[in-house]
Design a protein around this ligand. Sequence first.
Ligand SMILES: O=C(O)CCC(=O)C(=O)O
Length: 216
Amino acid sequence: MGRLDRMDGMDPLRPAPMNAAAIRQQAASDGYLFCPAIIAPRGIEALQQVISRDLGRADFQAAVLTSPEFAELRCDPGVRAVLEILFRGPAEGGCGDVCRVVPPGPEEFVTRPHQDAFYIHLYPRFRTVWIAVMDCPAEMGPIAVSPASHRRGLHRHDGERGATVPADIVWNRSSLGAGDVVMFHSRTLHCTLGNRSSRARSSVDCRYRPVAARVA
Ligand SMILES: O=C(O)CCC(=O)C(=O)O
């Protein structure tokens, strides 16, 4: 994983500003927006209960992603408001959503650095929204993003091993609270680290595109 070994020294995520012009500017320069506590606890707690209830089911993923609680979270007005600023118009969800429950185990379940645009070709423009469904302190290995990496094109990817990361890349990461969101450009390099805590880590990642980009 190369320089990921040195992630302990990395800078914290930069919180998103409050007004539309500054949000667009920061997203354009960093390739991500960190929106602390943007999702109300009620919606997060409802999804937590669904995840606990359905964990262990063979169709866990489908059960969670088709639940009314997930549908509500995906329509969260705060998240949509930021996406609409970025897209300059309405956002459409359902462009590839995943619920992840990552058991403790330092390196076993890491998601190696990659760019979503390398794997998802169906949508020319999309944003990924990573939502902490529980408090995720740094030791749980929550999402890390590489600022400005979306401006450096697509890197070579090697299957499960992810992207070949340039030597000068830097990473931002913070301890996240339940309801914190990190949204990022489809070409932003990102990864998660090993969960070194004693509890499983739950998150969802949802993808949205501008309605205006829909192909008839
Ligand atoms: O949560 C993870 O382990 C990885 C998330 C991810 O790669 C993504 O949202 O694209």
